[in-house]
Design a protein around this ligand. Sequence first.
Ligand code: GLO
Ligand code: MG
Length: 346
Amino acid sequence: MTAPITLNNKVGLNGLGAGVWNLGPGNDPFGGPTREAIPMLDRLPMLAEAGMTYYEAHDVEITAEMAADAVKVAKKCGLKCAMYTPSFFAAPIFKDGGMTSNDAAVRKLALQNAIKAVDTTMQLGAKTMVFWNGREGFDFVLGKNGRDAFKRLVEGFNKVGAYAKEQYGSKIKFALEPKPNEPRANMYLANVGEVLYLISRLQPELQPLFGANPETAHSRIAGLDYLWDVELCLEAGKLFHIHLNAQDGQRYDQDLPFGYTEPLKDLALLVVLQDAKYAGPICFDVKAPRVDDPADITDVLTVSANNLVWLWERALAVDRAKIAEFRAANRLTALSGYLAQCLYGR
Ligand code: GLO
Ligand code: MG
């Protein structure tokens, strides 16, 4: 069994992390902000205060020009950058995608942004750059040629990967984050399997640089099991990053606190991560709810972190030999009862 690690610490590989965007002003598609927007760099000490070791940011939140200041602020509050990510979804120019846009000029711009983000990732001291599929998809059938769109993704990632390899060797790795829908009706790289297939189509020498960033809620939105999605990434040696949160059924993306909706499955997920000796940062992608007052904006992080730490401890105590016994005896209902016992402590 894996030795216990301290999760709410400021050292070690397995510290917790969260995105600066997690502490937003509360806007949603139906209404504007309910809180004043906190300047991005002011969010870093708040993340640290909430127990995070790592922060994450998009290129539109901490721009290349702000990177030097971000490094100073992060150092002061003892934070490290877990990952940096180019935004291909907010700007109007990317309304129909970046890398998969039908417009070659837009694809070129996306590539330039991605390459710039590689340099900023390096400057911020992060080892990982995440690509979320954002607007890479379609709302109307035949709006794009799917086969061409896929080839454009392959071409784009080959170019970004080649740039990173040439400039920085293997210091920067890429984690592709799948999501089935929202903001597009249908998104390319909808699930972990599609991400792994895409990686298999990249230039062989670049493939080791690419992996996945599964997000628990995204699997749920697709009606899939996030435990299996993570196991598949592990089996492929491609669990480069992880986004943990919760989702209350198949509906719009909620980014609820980790541990809120499916604690038993979360317990099982942590057993899997512990047994795999997952050594990357454990990061939340949660959203401070619109109804929360400004003073309580970090509750979503502290609740996620506490749930994680409590579940992590419970997961360490799960008797792996018992799991094996239940499997061998084909007592799978009883196995689920054992996990509940571990969870509820009786
Ligand atoms: C949205 C995604 C998004 C990404 C972020 C990092 O559903 O989860 O928050 O994680 O853009 O690339
Ligand atoms: Mg995410």
